[in-house]
Design a protein around this ligand. Structure first.
Ligand SMILES: [Zn+2]
Length: 315
């Protein structure tokens, strides 16, 4: 987004053009900066846009000469004005004859974010190579990008005037537009999220009265930083856990589970271990636990085929 404005008089409030876009960039930075990413996110405010894309042109020239790999550019320019009932936003890409597939991927992502998060916006993808803003500096150097902007047929009448003030903006429309932009940039940015795996999926123990046994529950994290906690639902007296909460980098932990039938009449008892975590796909995992206490001896363990045995068998 650009932070300069084109004054037509003594003052240039530039609320829509383009404090609105800058507020979106700052909001995205303050939120997305809290997370871990597999790629670099840059939140850039350009100057000199109104004089002919000068800031973005200098920037794009520099990153191009440094052969930086830029996956995509999301440019917010005028995202706050909406007078008509329908909250239309425009997503501009290059034309199809310009080979705009990578731009379209960003535009479709933006539309999907609007739909998936139920934002009150109507997004229109326009393949017209609209070049009057900073994304064009990246297009001309071969980088994909889009311009996200308010509806051209419901455009601020205060454009480049002393009356482009915050009072003329539609706060609800602007808020939804910024949410969509933050969501799109998040999905463009390879967010690193925790990935939990819990094993086994169920535990069944059969022991004599007045005895105890230890089993193991494994929690493994495959990505990012996992925070987990463990609880019995419902809590039971015959089971306890060595650890009930923790944090894991990309690693695993074995949690000893103590089963104790002291004072427990013969019978079958059940509970569920629930593991809550910050894994967004799997915020809660459940492991069913069954304890049978009986005077009958436990069944013999099932012998498993072990490859090394064959070696001795053949000798
Ligand atoms: Zn502008």
């Amino acid at each position: 987004a650009h932070l300069d404005n084109m004054p037509s008089g003594a003052v240039a409030p530039g609320a829509d053009d383009n404090a609105s876009g800058i507020a979106g960039v700052l909001t995205a930075a303050s939120i997305l900066g809290q997370y871990e990413w597999n790629c670099t996110l840059r939140f850039v405010a350009f100057t000199g846009e109104e004089q002919g894309l000068r800031g973005s042109s200098a920037y794009a020239t520099k990153v191009y000469s440094d052969t930086e790999n830029i996956a995509g550019v999301l440019n917010l320019d005028m995202v706050g004005f909406n007078a008509l009932d329908e909250p239309v936003i425009e997503l501009h890409t290059k034309r199809s004859i310009d080979n705009n597939q990578s731009d379209l991927a960003i535009a479709y992502l933006f539309s999907n974010v609007v739909a998936s998060y139920n934002l009150d916006l109507t997004s229109e993808i326009i393949q017209d190579r609209e070049s009057r803003s900073d994304h064009a500096s990246f297009w001309s150097r071969g980088y994909p990008g889009i311009l996200a902007i308010e509806d051209f047929s419901d455009f601020t009448p205060y454009y480049h005037s002393v009356n482009d003030t915050v009072y003329t903006l539609d706060a609800a429309y602007f808020t939804e537009f910024v949410k969509a932009a933050v969501g799109t940039f998040a999905h463009m940015g390879c967010l690193v999220v925790p990935e939990i795996a819990v094993a086994p999926s169920a535990i069944s123990v059969s022991i004599l009265p007045e005895t105890s046994i230890t089993q193991t529950l494994s929690i493994t994290n495959y990505s990012g930083e996992l925070t987990w906690q463990l609880a019995e639902t419902p809590p039971v007296s015959w089971l306890s856990e060595a650890i009930t909460a923790g944090q894991l980098a990309i690693e695993g932990i074995d949690i000893p589970l103590f089963f104790d039938t002291a004072g427990l009449p013969e019978g079958v008892y059940t509970t569920t271990l629930t593991i809550d975590s910050n894994d967004p796909d799997e915020p809660q995992t459940s492991v069913g636990v069954t304890l049978t206490t009986t005077l009958q001896p436990p069944p013999p363990p099932i012998l498993q085929y072990l490859p090394w045995l064959t070696k001795y068998r053949s000798e």
